[in-house]
Design a protein. Structure first.
Length: 255
């Protein structure tokens, strides 16, 4: 396997950003199209995407990002062919096993967010082992969203609230945005500052919708296997030019 260094890759210098997002969310899209363009089956694109992920993690560390969340497998991905689903389950398991030592050495804390139903027990085991091994790391938190969907996360939270109210452990009508957020399965994930999607598609695809309410959106034309730390830095540079007002407004008439 190729090895990546979290600093000084091939003499590439990290840009000086005017502001760095604390939390970046990424939809890693375009693996299948990357492979098909080369006359290869879709699974070859997923294999190539592993290198992109490791390079992006390294680039995030170099830039000073503290949280990186990636969409590895969605609750909607079960609709794909059985062959591709089987490959993705096995591949996610192998990547976690093969790369957790490297991530641990980089000081990366690995977290898993997602639903247990339907997910292979062996994949859950690898995710939980990666979490256990890296739980004390503080350089960067890498949240692997596997069998995750934002709408079902919100529905699951509402169902949990109704159960708590029924058991009189929670008062009806007492929920606030803050208390609701604490009950989400992604808690304690911070709000997303920068939301990035590769491959040119311009949609969020049910990924961290609650957490991305005020995220800055950047859509890259680069297919995921060709996405690297420099493309991540370009997204951060775009983010640096944005004015984040969170619903406020600045009165600056010209004339």
């Amino acid at each position: 396997m190729m090895e990546f260094q979290p600093v000084a890759k091939r003499g590439i210098k990290v840009p000086k950003f005017s502001q760095v997002p604390k939390h970046i969310a990424i939809v890693m899209d375009g693996n299948g199209r990357w492979a098909n363009k080369r006359g290869l089956p879709r699974v070859e694109g997923h294999k190539a995407g592993e290198a992109a992920l490791l390079d992006v993690v390294a680039g995030a560390i170099e830039a000073g990002v503290s949280e990186l969340s990636v969409f590895a497998f969605s609750t909607e991905n079960w609709k794909r062919s059985p062959e591709e689903v089987r490959f993705l389950m096995g591949f996610n398991k192998e990547v976690l096993r093969d790369r957790r030592d490297q991530l641990n050495n980089w000081g990366v804390k690995v977290r898993w967010v997602g639903r247990r139903p339907k997910l292979w027990a062996s994949v859950i085991d690898e995710l939980e082992e990666a979490q256990r091994m890296t739980k004390k790391n503080k350089v960067l938190t890498l949240t692997m969203c596997v069998n995750y969907g934002s709408r079902i996360e919100i529905v699951d939270t509402v169902n949990e609230i109704t159960q708590l109210v029924a058991k009189r452990k929670l008062k009806a009508g007492s929920i606030t945005e803050k208390s609701f957020g604490k009950l989400l399965s992604t808690n304690p994930l911070k709000d997303v500052d920068l939301f990035v999607r590769s491959s040119g598609e311009k949609r969020m695809s049910n990924f961290l919708l609650w957490q991305s309410a005020y995220a800055e959106l950047v859509f890259s034309e680069v297919l995921w296997p060709d996405f690297d730390r420099q493309e991540l830095w370009r997204a951060i540079e775009q983010y640096s030019t944005r004015q984040r007002r969170f619903g406020a407004a600045i009165d600056s008439p010209k004339g």
